[in-house]
Write a protein that binds this ligand. Structure first.
Ligand SMILES: [Mg+2]
Length: 239
């Protein structure tokens, strides 16, 4: 197997950072109880991801940019992600970050960790005179679980011959993960896969993932997911 054909798509909040930074910002700077209620409505499927972000933003009355930056800087990433990135580099595996969170903090965290070379796709957050505004450049009303339709970036950045891997933990990963040949799941994504009989590897940290991929690489051929191929085909036909 030519390792250059393996592509890894990884979620950001709750996956690369153990804490969900987007969530933390809105719980800290908005009315906390109301923010909890909005997030719980998203998880219950009452509102869409985009509605969730819009309601959370409306729940923040004014914000001090410096305080947001201090909060972002206080949140660390999963240590094992750094060695996982090294592992990918040395095996010529491409890596992409797909997030239903915001560029504002992803960029800052990646810069701090000297990982800004990793391409990422996310929503956009701006702070102007103490006011937050969000933009959703990739928004597709057909997908409610993520304001940034992650599967579109998977399709745009891989060919049918590539072996695609998804790593995630939550709501915004549910649809996208099914477009990949292999899924690594924890928390909400794990429960979703179990419930829907979607095959996946459970993981605790990125060391578990490197270990599994290393085992796969030692095989002569990687078995692609028939289900993922079908999903991709339907997506091409819709385009
Ligand atoms: Mg997540």
């Amino acid at each position: 197997m030519d390792a250059s054909k393996i592509k890894v798509f990884v979620d950001f909040d709750g996956t690369i950072t153990p804490k969900d930074i987007g969530r933390e910002i809105f719980l800290t700077f908005g009315d906390e109880q109301k923010a909890e209620e909005i997030i719980s409505n998203l998880h219950k499927g009452i509102i869409t991801s985009r509605q969730c972000w819009e309601e959370l933003i409306a729940n923040v009355h004014s914000i001090d940019e410096k305080k947001i930056i201090d909060l972002i800087d206080s949140i660390s990433i999963d240590d094992s992600f750094i060695s996982f990135v090294e592992f990918c580099k040395s095996n010529k595996i491409d890596i992409y970050i797909l997030s239903d969170g915001f560029d504002f903090y992803i960029e800052r965290v990646l810069q701090r960790e000297k990982l800004s070379w990793i391409p990422f796709y996310s929503n956009i957050l701006r702070i102007d005179n103490g006011k937050l505004s969000a933009y959703f450049p990739y928004y597709n009303p057909d997908f409610n679980s993520s304001s940034n339709p992650k599967m579109q970036h998977i399709i745009d950045n891989s060919s049918d011959e590539d072996y695609t891997i998804y790593i995630g933990d939550g709501n915004s990963d549910k649809d996208a993960a099914q477009y990949c040949d292999l899924i690594f799941a924890k928390d909400g994504l794990l429960k979703f896969c179990e419930l829907n009989r979607i095959s996946f590897f459970p993981y605790k940290n990125f060391n578990d993932i490197s270990e599994t991929i290393r085992r796969l690489l030692s095989k002569k051929r990687l078995r692609k997911s028939h289900q993922a191929m079908l999903k991709r085909k339907i997506a091409y036909e819709a385009e």
